[in-house]
Design a protein around this ligand. Sequence first.
Ligand SMILES: [Zn+2]
Length: 270
Amino acid sequence: MPELPEVETTRAGLAPHLEGRRVSGVVLRRPDLRWPIPPEVPALLPGQRILAVRRRAKYLLLDTAAGSALLHLGMSGSLRVLPSSTPVREHDHVDLLLGSRRVLRFNDPRRFGCLLWQAPGEVHPLLRGLGPEPLSDAFDGDYLFARSRGRRAPVKTFLMDQRIVVGVGNIYAAEALHRAGISPLRPAGRVSRERYRALADAVRAILAHAIARGGTTLRDFLAPDGAPGYFEQELSAYGRGGEPCPRCGRPLRQALVGQRTTAWCGHCQR
Ligand SMILES: [Zn+2]
């Protein structure tokens, strides 16, 4: 699944090709993705100039004066800017025509992605109630400490809650907890302020590194330039249950935490 770094990589890759360009037409090859594509997309988007390409959590927003196209890549979605003559492949569900020469093409084999519409001055319901961006100034250890008081949920579940902070998926939560030396099972309300500072620093460092590298380990993801977004990332804990801890060499434990597979070191993470 594309996580925040992949989506940010997609945004940064698309922005120079889209910002300032006018959408000349919309081609919908099916009426829905995960949800129906609202009538505003084909009705309002043609003729509009794309003013900015933004990201909020794992959503991309193409801002125009008429409103914003709201995109999510779901499990397997990819967005590419291609010459208009590029033959349509299976699962190429949506094209935004960018004049006669180029097209923004949305491919999504599993159709967990979406294309929705946000009216000017409104916040789409999917974007309401989201926590801060992990790379923003609003996210730090003091924030996590304050939000976690009295919570008995495991700290990993807390960290993956989009109302607390957006875009920390299973991979990054496992990696950040290993780096910070915190057991994923520890109740969120029983982690000290100092340790939350270490955790926030770990989240930021790991996400920033992944963005710099262009993403994580994904079969289905395609970078906007067409290169596969597959990077051999140095994962310390995620997916490594039973393998030696990179820090102490003891075998990593593995269990389900909040229905998600989690690996951690029982020695280094308390
Ligand atoms: Zn260890």
